[in-house]
Design a protein around this ligand. Structure first.
Ligand code: 13P
Ligand code: SF4
Length: 323
């Protein structure tokens, strides 16, 4: 017997009211049917709303997990519930598969902050210094780079290079945070995440005043003073990992809003204090948009072959670190 939308409600009941789920059920059931018809899988980033994340996704995770899983996907079609650079990364790793993004305007302030010409300029200014590029970039920028990293493996990637200095682009804050952790000198580009740059040490002070025992976990895209005021900093997957191994009561995740909503399903005993900023790009993903993508097989994400070959090399080098 096939799964129905009401069978899935228990996965989202902690945060989605029953009446809201009922309103989504026609789209949910169409998506379940279309996934089978198209032999499709849905990859969802941790910042998807819980209806998408827990309700219809097949593979969930941070940018690193999605890149790793994209290599292993057994399907003809990948729907990337996330942002454009993630869909491009999935396409790079699966050139023979159809990769769809529900809304092609789902961009990223980091990816938009830098071009391949900027990378060439940095290389000319710093000859011989390797270029480490955050995955939150276009395929063209990856193609101009030596190796990629995510917030989940940046330390290992930098350490694997065994050099005293790197060009680390485009997130100035991630670069500064990783420089502090590794002792490696970083040359930066003035990019930032429009979500994480908004958090301040004062926000954390306010939370600590209200919840004296709170454990504060920040994303490394936050400015260094915010990371310094936190108890732990890590990628969205590392946040989950931390919570799995810690005995905590009140937790503040200093990151995008949906993260706490999704993680609350895994840790019902934890009280999530919810300071959050929405990512307008991530929020372009909707149940109706995912249904439309599967119905119309659009919008397909493609990368020119010459760019893809070079970009894949930088992503593959990253995936080889820690394998
Ligand atoms: P991670 O999920 O890799 O921590 O990245 C956060 C992010 O902002 C992705 O856009
Ligand atoms: Fe980009 Fe920040 Fe949105 Fe992630 S949260 S997609 S880094 S703007």
């Amino acid at each position: 017997m096939s799964v129905t939308a009401s069978d899935l409600y228990c996965k989202v009941a902690h945060v989605v009211p029953e009446i809201e789920w009922a309103a989504l059920s026609a789209d949910v059931e169409a998506i379940l049917r279309l996934k089978q018809e198209r032999n499709a899988v849905i990859l969802a980033h941790n910042y998807m709303t819980p209806d998408i994340f827990w309700g219809i996704a097949d593979i969930r995770g941070d940018s690193l997990a999605l890149a790793r899983e994209a290599v292993a996907v057994q399907a003809d079609v990948i729907v990337l519930a996330g942002v454009h650079f993630m869909a491009e990364t999935a396409k790079l790793l699966n050139p023979a598969k159809t990769v769809l993004i529900p809304d092609p305007l789902a961009g990223c302030s980091l990816a938009e902050s830098i071009t391949a010409d900027d990378v060439a300029t940095l290389r000319a200014q710093h000859p011989g210094v390797p270029v480490v590029t955050y995955v939150n970039t276009s395929a063209a920028v990856k193609a101009a780079s030596d190796i990629c990293c995510t917030s989940g493996n940046a330390v290992q990637v930098i350490e694997s290079l065994a050099v005293p200095k790197v060009i680390m682009i485009p997130d100035q804050y991630l670069a500064a945070n990783i420089a502090q952790q590794t002792g490696v000198e970083v040359i930066v580009h003035p990019g930032s995440c429009m979500v994480h740059e908004q958090f301040t040490p004062d926000d954390i002070a306010t939370i600590r005043a209200d919840y004296p025992d709170v454990v504060v976990i920040s994303h490394p895209e936050c400015p260094p003073p915010v990371v310094a005021a936190s108890d732990f900093s890590g990628s969205t997957a590392q946040m989950v990992d931390f919570l799995e191994h810690a005995e905590v009561q009140d937790v503040a995740l200093i990151t995008e809003c949906s993260m706490s909503d999704n993680v609350a399903q895994l840790f019902p005993q934890i009280n999530f204090v919810r300071p959050c900023n929405l990512c307008p790009h991530m929020k372009r993903n909707t149940m109706a948009g995912i249904r439309r993508a599967l119905e119309t097989m659009t919008v397909e994400v493609t990368v020119p072959d010459d760019v893809a070959a070079l970009a894949r090399r930088a992503v593959d080098r990253m995936l080889a670190v820690g394998r």
